[in-house]
Design a protein around this ligand. Sequence first.
Ligand SMILES: Cc1cc2nc3c(=O)[nH]c(=O)nc-3n(C[C@H](O)[C@H](O)[C@H](O)COP(=O)(O)OP(=O)(O)OC[C@H]3O[C@@H](n4cnc5c(N)ncnc54)[C@H](O)[C@@H]3O)c2cc1C
Length: 386
Amino acid sequence: MYDTSFLSWPFFEARHRELAEKLDTWAASRLIQIDHHDTDAACRKLVELLGEEGWLRLTAPGEGNEKLDLRSLALCRETLARYSGLADFSFAMQGLGAGPISLFGNDAQRAAWLPKTRTGKAIAAFALTEPASGSDVANIATTARREGDGYVLEGEKSWISNGGIADLYVVFARTGEAPGARGLSAFIVEGGNPGLIVAERIATIAPHPLARLQFKNCRVGADTMIGRPGDGFKIAMATLDVFRTTVGAAALGFARRALAETGKRTVSRELFGAPLSNLQMVQGHLADMALEIDAAALLVYRAAWAKDFGAARITREAAMAKLYATEAAQRVIDAAVQLHGGDGVRSSHPVEILYREIRALRIYEGASDVQKIIIARSVLAEMATV
Ligand SMILES: Cc1cc2nc3c(=O)[nH]c(=O)nc-3n(C[C@H](O)[C@H](O)[C@H](O)COP(=O)(O)OP(=O)(O)OC[C@H]3O[C@@H](n4cnc5c(N)ncnc54)[C@H](O)[C@@H]3O)c2cc1C
């Protein structure tokens, strides 16, 4: 039902093809058993299941010299997203939430948390955004004040995925080494910390656990700081560089599902005495959808491949992958809804669910407009060196 010919592209090795096939078989049989009515319970169950079955091992490196394999992460997100937005979300957040620890944590921090996030025994969250600083990260107002042998966090974070159900929050706060972006640090805050308050649960068009958090006299030990004082912005941006590519991969999964649903529908739906797919204008839509999907896949896996092959940063590649794949998926899914007629907007129809799921991906981990700025900056920097 899905085009898997892309797996023979030179970006992949035999182990990637094996992974994609195995996860696809597993997802097709196991994910339909999850009850999505209670979003928190569904996410807890999904993390447990993904952990038990070993898929979460890919979200963070394990012992020794093992490295994060971005192509595997992207393949997992693409595959899970084809079956369930919530399964993709649960998988992705284990990677993003634990990302600062897996990429920048010390041995003790890695040993304390990664075995738990990789097995689904701890749910992870990444707390960067605040009510007054989303795109403008350098404007973070949450503070971490040095006191005794630790820090005291005060402030507010909003739009935090897994907020309210996470065991582990990586929180970015101002420690004041320098103004703006250079005065931020990253801390590990446990879900049970009495100074961490879930002030509001946020409902969205595609339900996911999301919360606004308050930090009031939230005390943490100095050993919870990831990296050095003032490293917070660098840690956040480098983590997003890695995981941003996988947002593109999730969008790709949604788009592939939309095309598959549309293929089935247009072949089986009879209009004017023939299948809908016989109409050339419909074929034009199908061609556009397939083209956008392949272009998105090329950008996503180019970025993942570049990282896996040793690029220190993939800022431009990741921005291109996220921007193009999420915007293209929105167009593909919109065409899918259109070609389904009334059924396309029927509640809980697969394409109606996709229509709601895709929207936030164009906003979080850097809105599309912000990705354009990142790409333009890199183009201008290149020109300046010519
Ligand atoms: C479903 C969901 C899950 C999320 N999960 C997390 C999470 O786990 N952790 C976390 O820390 N945050 C999370 N966020 C927050 C997300 O990263 C922010 O919403 C995003 O960065 C945008 O910030 P904002 O909402 O404050 O919008 P604003 O910063 O107010 O931006 C609004 C709009 O302005 C435009 N814009 C912004 N900057 C520019 C610019 N420089 N040039 C041109 N146009 C611009 C864009 O269109 C943007 O969408 C999540 C958000 C959503 C919707």
